[in-house]
Design a protein around this ligand. Sequence first.
Ligand code: ATP
Ligand code: PAF
Ligand code: BAL
Length: 291
Amino acid sequence: MEVLTTIAAVREFVAGARKRGQSIGLVPTMGYLHEGHLTLARTAREQNDVVIMSIFVNPTQFGPGEDLERYPRDLERDKRLAAAAGVDAIFAPSVEEMYPSGYATYVQVEGLSDVLCGASRPGHFRGVATVVSKLFNIVQPDRAYFGLKDYQQAVIIKRLVRDLNFPVEIITVPTVREQDGLAMSSRNKYLSPEERRSALSLYRALQLGTRLIVEGERNAAVVREAMTREILSYPDTRIDYVAVNDAATLEPLDAIRGRVLLAVAVWVGGTRLIDNMIVEVKDDVAHHDEK
Ligand SMILES: Nc1ncnc2c1ncn2[C@@H]1O[C@H](COP(=O)(O)OP(=O)(O)OP(=O)(O)O)[C@@H](O)[C@H]1O
Ligand SMILES: CC(C)(CO)[C@@H](O)C(=O)[O-]
Ligand code: BAL
């Protein structure tokens, strides 16, 4: 596996693959790899001749006072895990390589970026859309892989690709969970043993919301309240948002219908965690949808 740190080196690597007629899959990450990232990599491995994984803790998507400096990093471990998952090249640029002095261009996906995590983290999705646009231009992949744990991010990137005519297919991958249901996240590393127990509140609340809808509840406020109570029944939890929204527009629902996004963002101690589930209500029959 190659480790590339410059844009020029990636362009050369990609040009070689293209000359051989090979297809290219891109897996964008911020590193500190876990099974979620590795599932994206293995899916890319199955579907492409060449797999490139980017590892870049992107400063433009972190707000002031967020965990940019503290974000876990371990490139040596990441290299071993990525190679074992079949990644052909890692692109691990420096901040200066991506944002040289005088950098001034940003990409804003309007509307979708202003709700949910976008409301709590102003500027976050502008940073995500900018760095993902740059990665698409640098690598020019056939396909790019994103996890549904970051559901809003996946919706925003699909809109970005459509609106700016990027010739790349976006593939989404279901959330990979720990045995007890906690969504895997690099930020789980921040949790103390007590906080790790309270972190399960996100999954439990989503399960409860899903069950209520499957059992026939159609009032979104009732579902939101039940999920909120569930989360707050765990020690040291503070709610950022509990949402029962339209899965396509991301707008809040009053009556539950169609494809519904149940999404939560919760502070567990000093760590902000997110998770979501999709419930499909068709002809008034509801089922949990993992896709
Ligand atoms: N549990 C998971 N299951 C599936 N995909 C995941 C999971 N966790 C992260 N991903 C995906 O991996 C890609 C890189 O995510 P990222 O590096 O931010 O990891 P992360 O663990 O989500 O970090 P954090 O939770 O700290 O933001 C994104 O497309 C993200 O949706
Ligand atoms: C897509 C991404 C790699 C852009 O920095 C990041 O937001 C992430 O890891 O989900
Ligand atoms: N997985 C989203 C990256 C972030 O929280 O900044």
